[in-house]
Design a protein. Structure first.
Length: 278
């Protein structure tokens, strides 16, 4: 069974052994490889890495923030997620939002609610090859505090299972990628559960995969550690993200308490500095 722990470790070793020195917008410097794929079979457990503690709350909060179409800092920070503040301050924005980022594009792409139409299509046209969402809006990139790193995803349904593949232009492998993995694993389970399908495969298509130069020692520590069994995601009984409202479907965005993690036994966190652009 394809396991995300093994895949993630292989990617980290690949960067350490084969990565090329590359400049970046933060002036920290990176070791970088390009064009890598990660796969995980959701039957093997929820993809929350165990060789270091990953904040499940941060991944859950950011996903629900996006699903609601929010772009403000208040929702994130009220729920303990503070790592977007440096990019906001660097951007020069003064409105306490990150601009037209993920949630805006998923829920209001030039007036088009991509999430609503995705959920509707999953339930009414599951064999479609158009089950996808894009957050990449070229005409609005300059208005964003940071253009989307994970910029699109596609859903594939067959034989009662739902697979999800996301595309990411830039992957901060040590700090950011574990949260992206958990967030899209959560999204996969929410979509599958809402449609009465089994969770299938989670796939990441990654562009620039990098370790910042100030994360190299931490990566070596991580690779020396053992892993534990993956946890399980527990969704509120009967949770669905859509329901019939007359002749129309209505989206139901879960509450934080509707999504819980159980049997998560990670090793202690490994501290690493967040690199922020200038």
């Amino acid at each position: 069974m394809v396991n995300i722990e093994d895949q993630y470790r292989c990617l980290m070793r690949d960067i350490l052994e084969n990565g090329e020195d590359k400049e970046d917008r933060t002036d920290t410097g990176t070791k970088s490889v390009f064009g890598r794929t990660l796969r995980h079979d959701m039957a093997g457990g929820f993809p929350l890495l165990t060789a270091k503690q990953i904040s499940f709350n941060a991944a859950r909060t950011e996903l629900l923030w996006i699903l609601q179409g929010k772009t403000d800092l208040k929702y994130l920070e009220d729920n303990g997620v503070n790592y977007w503040r440096p990019d906001y301050e660097r951007s020069g924005r003064t409105d306490e939002t990150l601009g037209p980022v993920y949630g805006k594009q998923w829920r209001d792409f030039e007036g088009y609610d991509q999430l609503y139409n995705l959920v509707y299509s999953i339930e009414n046209d599951p064999s479609s090859r158009r089950l996808m969402i894009s957050a990449w809006a070229p005409h609005e990139l300059q208005s964003m505090a940071l253009p989307p790193c994970h910029y699109a995803f596609q859903v594939y349904i067959n034989k009662g299972k739902l697979d999800l593949m996301w595309m990411q232009r830039s992957a901060d492998v040590f700090l950011g990628l574990p949260y992206d993995i958990a967030m899209y694993g959560m999204l996969l389970e929410l979509l599958a559960n809402g449609a009465g399908l089994k969770p299938g495969k989670l796939v990441a298509q990654l562009g620039d995969c990098h370790l910042y130069n100030n994360h190299l020692d931490q990566a070596l520590v991580y690779l020396e550690r053992p892993t534990n069994s993956l946890p399980k995601l527990k969704l509120k009984e009967g949770l669905r993200i859509s329901k019939k409202m007359g002749a129309r479907q209505a989206l139901i965005i879960p509450e934080i308490e509707d999504i819980q993690i159980i049997n998560y036994n990670p090793l202690p966190a490994i501290k690493a500095e967040l690199s922020v652009g200038k």
